[in-house]
Design a protein around this ligand. Structure first.
Ligand SMILES: [Zn+2]
Length: 297
């Protein structure tokens, strides 16, 4: 498998409706990466209801599609058609991004993974679990998730127990109900107290577990709310350490010849700062995998 020289980035303005300020940073990151020629944007089709059948419970899917409360807002944000459509667009990008990564070696979905959503409901600003979706949609493929958000991927952990082709590794500062379980491994690390070496050690162990599960695809959630200036962080990584984290993951994937789909996670600093940190992840992918830039415009 030869990685594509150019990074394909799945994104559409449907991901970041004006009514959702928390998603506006995705639009900022899209414009920044375009300006710097770091990838080719591709607008995906929104996922349809049929593709979600069985991933989440029927009662929850019906509530989320039709706006039936209280379940429709169980993720913690008030439900609206725009919020639903943004979720469906991002999950469409997740499917198309995974296909692209499987064929070419690497792709990005400029979206969130929604790792807190569980089978029966949303949680922690996550409505539909886009990480578990891939294992659900491709039962013949083994999907490994490496989740490096500030918060543990409790939702993906629940799904790993349900889907025997899903392997979930979470390295986090805040546990958020993620304890490890069936095909799920949890690594709590606080860099301020334990040092960055402990973080790298957790990553190394996580990659070993992933390599041992012989996946067809690595899904890397590069959260930036574990940055030391983020109001929610306990992990305490510096900008440079986040970059080293990303480099480590992309280099490991390259060495293992493992196709990677990567996406961004939380980030609660100023939108521009978050977008810049997301951009650093893209630069790390370029650096580690030798991707080519394209001329702007
Ligand atoms: Zn988070």
């Amino acid at each position: 498998m030869t990685p594509s020289r150019e990074l394909r980035v799945f994104y559409s303005t449907a991901y970041s409706p004006p009514s959702q300020p928390s998603l506006q940073r995705l639009e900022l990151a899209a414009r920044l990466l375009e300006r710097r020629g770091l990838g080719r944007l591709q607008a995906p089709q929104a996922i349809g209801r049929a593709a979600l059948h069985g991933l989440h419970s029927e009662a929850y899917l019906q509530a989320f599609f039709d706006g039936v409360e209280p379940l429709a807002s169980s993720q913690g944000l008030p439900w609206s058609p725009a919020l639903r459509d943004a979720s469906l667009a991002m999950l469409g990008g997740q499917l198309e991004g995974a296909q692209h990564a499987l064929h070419s070696g690497i792709a990005m979905n400029l979206a969130r993974g929604f790792h807190h959503a569980v089978h029966a409901r949303g949680s922690g600003f996550c409505a539909l679990n886009g990480l578990a979706l891939l294992a659900h949609a491709m039962p013949e493929r083994r999907i490994a998730v490496l989740d490096c958000d500030e918060h543990g991927g409790n939702g993906t952990e629940e799904f790993a127990a349900r889907l025997d082709n899903l392997y979930a590794v979470s390295v986090f500062g805040t546990r958020f109900g993620c304890y490890g379980g069936t095909r799920s491994w949890a690594f709590p690390v606080r860099v301020r107290e334990q040092g960055f070496g402990s973080y790298l050690q957790a990553l190394r162990q996580g990659i070993e577990i992933i390599a041992g599960s012989r996946p067809d695809l690595l899904v890397y959630q590069a959260g930036v709310d574990c940055h030391g200036d983020d109001p929610k962080n306990q992990a305490g990584l510096s900008t440079r350490e986040l970059f080293q984290r990303d480099l480590f993951v992309f280099k490991a994937a390259g060495l293992l010849q493992l196709p990677v789909l990567f996406l961004v996670g939380g980030g609660y600093q100023r939108a521009r700062r978050v977008a810049q940190l997301n951009l650093n992840t893209i630069v790390a992918a370029h650096t580690a995998l030798g991707l080519s830039r394209r001329s702007a415009g």
